[in-house]
Ligand binder design. Structure first.
Ligand code: NDP
Length: 284
């Protein structure tokens, strides 16, 4: 058996077309473009590449993207003052801060001041709490994109057993909440889980957000399972996921390729959330 691919590109292209049309209509109606501010502290080359990619995708969508680059020795007070200024700027619809931050800066220093209304990657406790309660909120882009891939490929979630491996606030936990709201029976695994293979073999849907190359093998999957691999692990020969693709595709019914699966969707969800933030700001 060879699994069908849960490819990000076709789903992302379809979503992009929908978003571009909505942005054009928004601009006609309101005479300004939804805009994102990206705060980047320090000179991390990988972050710079990522920010350039975001910038381009916003330009392609006709949306604004303002890079706020701060020196690596930025103080907590300065970082928080920048975020507070962006919170109050009506031209800024959404804000993301590139993580991880150089010490002594912490993510909490950001979430303490970032306005939940502009928190388009859903990192604030307010948005996490709203997600948990099933209320309207900004959902972190990566799990939102993973769910979208499942839905757009017609994979049934209701009543299914779903296993999420990983419990970070940005991927694992929100993915588990999203699946729960779609009426899956959800199990969350982590580094202390006993016999991960046995748990995963019970799952109709497996979502891997571990950060360890090729950890989930084909013999840890139930035949026909849908596998969503969030892993991005740079190796000598390129990027690989948290799931061993070669063995998993022989057992799974559906599987995301890496690259070309969930990563592509993350970027589109950021466009969608920024547009949504711009719309909500006008409703207030
Ligand atoms: P974290 O390091 O924050 O979390 C990893 C999780 O995996 C933890 O909960 C950890 O458990 C768990 N874990 C580690 N080892 C094991 C193990 N042996 N068995 C079971 N669970 C284990 O990572 P992130 O959630 O931020 O990212 C996960 C992956 O997703 C990474 O590869 C990252 O690059 C990628 N990513 C992809 C994105 C995309 O767009 N596709 C965006 C963001 C991230 P514990 O809590 O016990 O330590």
């Amino acid at each position: 058996m060879s699994a069908q691919l849960l490819e990000g590109k076709p789903a992302a292209e379809k979503m992009r077309a929908e978003i571009y049309a909505e942005v054009a209509a928004f601009k006609d109606r309101h005479s300004f473009a939804p805009s994102l501010a990206v705060v980047l502290v320090g000179e991390d080359p990988a972050s710079k590449v990522y920010v350039k990619r975001i910038s381009k995708s916003f330009a392609d969508a006709g949306m604004g993207c303002n890079e706020v680059v701060l020196p690596a020795d930025t103080t907590p007070e300065r970082l928080q003052a920048e975020i507070v200024a962006l919170n109050g700027d009506p031209k800024v619809s959404g804000i993301i801060v590139q993580l991880p931050l150089p010490a002594p800066l912490t993510e909490k220093m950001v979430t303490d001041v970032l306005s939940p209304d502009k928190d388009v990657d859903g990192i604030t406790p307010m948005n996490a709490g709203l997600l948990m309660q099933g209320l309207p909120c900004f959902v972190p882009n990566t799990p939102a994109g993973g769910l979208e891939l499942l839905k757009r490929n017609g994979i049934e979630i209701k009543g299914k057993n779903a296993v999420v491996v990983g419990r970070s606030n940005i991927v694992g936990k929100p993915m588990a909440m999203l699946l729960l709201h779609e009426h899956a029976t959800v199990t969350i695994c982590h580094s202390r889980t006993r016999d991960l293979g046995a748990v995963c073999r019970e799952a109709d849907i497996v979502c891997a957000a571990i950060g360890k190359a090729n950890m989930i093998k084909g013999d840890m999957l139930k035949p026909g399972a849908a596998v969503v691999d969030f892993g991005i692990n740079p190796q000598e020969k390129g990027i690989v996921g948290d799931v061993e693709f070669s063995s998993a595709k022989e057992v799974a019914g559906w599987i995301t390729p890496v690259p070309g699966g969930t990563g592509v969707m993350t970027n589109v969800m950021l466009l969608a959330n920024t547009l949504a933030a711009a719309k909500r700001a006008l409703e207030k």
